[in-house]
Design a protein around this ligand. Structure first.
Ligand code: ARG
Length: 627
């Protein structure tokens, strides 16, 4: 099993079971076939259908091919021979093996095996392995542009990035969150210049003022339609288009002014720098507030904006020139690739650098200075080409090499758009982009309404709670609704923003998962006095199913991190909530059972509650105890 963590702790839930089975089958394979057996991977997989047991070992067909010349054995016979050589340690774990289909070995674990594995994960790790800070990843998240209001696209860059960072943190990696703010270069100089021209007092400016100024400034640089159309036709990516937009004639005054401002900013003119800093402060103040509302870990400490790399831009360009990887093209500097027409522009003909240049400097910093063996970019799918070019350029120049000699992995996690009910990018009725704040306010209002309505029912666990308490729960529900909906869909896909569905307590939603958690918390609260160390007994099918679902937790976390797919964690959460509900329906916990069964079931409730809370916390979702 390839693992994201080297750890010798022996409580990895499912992973641990698979390893035990695999080592038992290795002994059997060797016993049956000597060297050819030793060289064979037992290939233990979770069974696709519980009818066939819990796991399957799929070695026999491959081994039959290897052995064809010497033995000519049939896969079924091979499987039988291996089973006959199974060591006692393996037999003790499993019910008698069955051979199915062309030669699969169906494995059904004994209840005691499952109970022991579950007992072993019942500690603060919950079976999740830990790399103990020996591995390092940098996660590029948020990436807002200074002077611009955050919109729904930044919601995704922020919460997907945060969840990926949390997944790695949970696995014990050293995680560097990198907020690559758009805070340098022409766009911000245009805004600054526009504000100054409009004589707006920068000390009192609000983010709304900035947003307007930014838009006006952008509009002024956008009147060469044919040139722009050509740039769009070659699909150079939104950033390069924005940069080209800024170059067009016809906005001569605004542009000259912006260039002058940029020059003063870059040369450290104190008054321009002070104004610029103010723009950053105003923007970030709101970003941090939104991050806090969203339960996202984003702090000033994580800022590694474009401006952070300003002194590294010239050396970056120089390095490419020195390495003979950059060539002149009409006065500009470009990096060319063997397999495509499109070059990467790293310096404009006027000698200034671009978005791509900051990204090149940033990768170098992340790998060479921070020591990241993985760099993960949570950025809009429309920047696919940009990252492809940047990554290839970095590989050409060799900056992916780690001191250990291995290569760092660069991965872009391209996410899709958030769509409105009309399946087009989400807009307000007047055609504006929704600001993130407006969306969150609406979601929180809906969550609160939902929670209040429920608390009006006398039997509800929230009946009689204070207004403040209900509001806090409602807020958690509203935010969970938005985050879970986003994180539970395949990140690369567009998804429809449907608040009704998202806040529902039914279906594959955040509130449903939260509710399952609260329900268990309620059961545990009613059971005063429990034995945390009692034996776990797995008698019913539903008990067994719940235990196996819990054992899959470590795999779910590792898998979601490895595939950079938060939706896999969401799928686990949903399945666990469903499995628990089926268990609770079939297996009375508090009443009508003997003491030993009650204790065992309570212990399973407790583990389930902790796993749900832990998994939700990886998504930065609060799990209230009452709902
Ligand atoms: N500021 C950019 C935008 O709004 C996103 C930055 C993404 N990160 C990066 N390293 N380029 O599109």
């Amino acid at each position: 099993m390839s693992s994201l963590c080297e750890s010798n702790s022996s409580s990895h839930g499912n992973g641990d079971l698979v390893e035990q089975l695999a080592s038992g089958f290795k002994i059997a394979l060797q016993g049956a076939f000597g060297e050819a057996g030793t060289a064979t991977d037992p290939s233990i997989k979770v069974a696709a259908n519980p009818k066939f047991g819990d796991f399957q070992a799929n070695f026999a067909m491959g081994l039959a091919k290897t052995l064809a010349s010497s033995h000519g054995n049939h896969p079924k016979e091979i499987a039988q021979l291996v089973i006959d050589h199974a060591p006692q340690s393996l037999r003790d774990l499993c019910e008698p093996f069955e051979i199915a289909g062309p030669g699969f070995v169906n494995i059904r674990l004994r209840p005691t095996t499952i109970a022991n594995a579950l007992t072993a994960m019942d500690n603060s790790t919950l079976g999740v392995p830990n790399a103990k800070g020996l591995r390092t990843v940098a996660v590029d998240l948020c990436g807002v542009n200074v002077a611009k209001q955050m919109h729904v696209g930044h919601l995704r860059a922020t919460i997907i990035g945060d969840t990926i960072a949390r997944l790695y943190e949970r696995l014990g990696w050293k995680v560097y969150r990198q907020n690559h703010l758009g805070d340098w270069g022409l766009p911000i100089a245009m805004t600054l210049a526009a504000l100054r021209r409009a004589k707006i007092e920068i000390a009192r400016v609000t983010l709304d003022d900035l947003n307007t100024a930014y838009r006006n400034a952008q509009a002024q640089g956008r009147d060469d339609e044919p040139g722009l159309a050509a740039a769009r036709a070659t699909q150079v990516g939104p950033h390069r288009i924005a940069e080209l937009e800024a170059q067009h004639e016809g906005a001569a005054v605004a542009l000259a002014d912006a260039h002058d401002t940029l020059r003063r900013l870059q040369s450290g003119d104190t008054s321009v720098v002070a104004d610029w800093q103010k723009l950053i402060d105003v923007t970030m103040c709101e970003v941090y507030e939104t991050a806090a509302t969203l339960g996202v870990d984003l702090k000033p400490d994580h800022n590694r904006g474009e401006s952070f790399f300003r002194d590294r831009l010239a050396p970056t360009v120089d390095a490419f020139v020195q390495a003979k990887l950059a060539e002149r093209d009409a006065g500009a500097l470009v990096v060319r690739f063997a397999d495509r027409e499109r070059p990467l522009l790293i310096q404009k003909s006027d000698g200034t650098s671009l978005y791509a240049t900051t990204d090149l400097a940033a990768v170098r910093y992340r790998i060479q200075d921070l020591g990241a063996e993985r760099v993960v970019y949570c950025v809009d799918a429309r920047q696919r080409d940009h990252f492809r070019d940047v990554f290839d350029a970095v590989r050409l120049i060799g900056w992916t090499k780690l001191p250990s000699g291995s290569d760092a992995h660069l991965v872009h996690v391209p996410f899709g758009a958030v769509l409105g009910p009309d399946k087009r990018p989400l807009k307000t009725r007047s055609g504006e982009n929704f600001t993130l704040k407006a969306l969150l306010d609406e979601a929180v209002a809906r969550g609160r309404r939902e929670v209040r309505a429920r608390s009006a029912i006398p039997e509800s666990p929230t009946a009689g709670m204070s207004s403040d308490e209900l509001d806090a729960i409602g807020q958690a529900v509203g935010i969970a609704a938005i985050k879970y909906a986003d994180l539970s869909s395949d990140v690369a896909r567009d998804y429809v923003f449907d608040l009704d569905r998202m806040v529902s307590f039914e279906g594959d939603t955040g509130p449903y998962a939260q509710y399952a958690h609260a329900r268990i918390a309620g059961i545990l609260a009613k059971a005063s006095g429990r034995d945390a160390d009692c034996p776990i007994a797995l008698v019913n099918a539903e008990e067994r199913a719940l235990a196996l679902a819990l054992l899959r937790y470590s795999n779910a976390v590792e898998d979601a991190a490895k595939q950079l797919a938060p939706n896999r964690l969401a799928a686990f959460i949903h399945e666990l909530a469903n499995t628990f509900n089926a268990f609770y329906q079939a297996c009375p916990v508090l009443r009508g059972v003997d003491d030993a069964t009650r204790a065992s079931r309570l212990r399973m409730c407790d583990i389930t509650r902790r796993v749900l809370a832990d998994a939700l916390s990886i998504m930065g979702i609060v799990a209230p105890n009452r709902m």
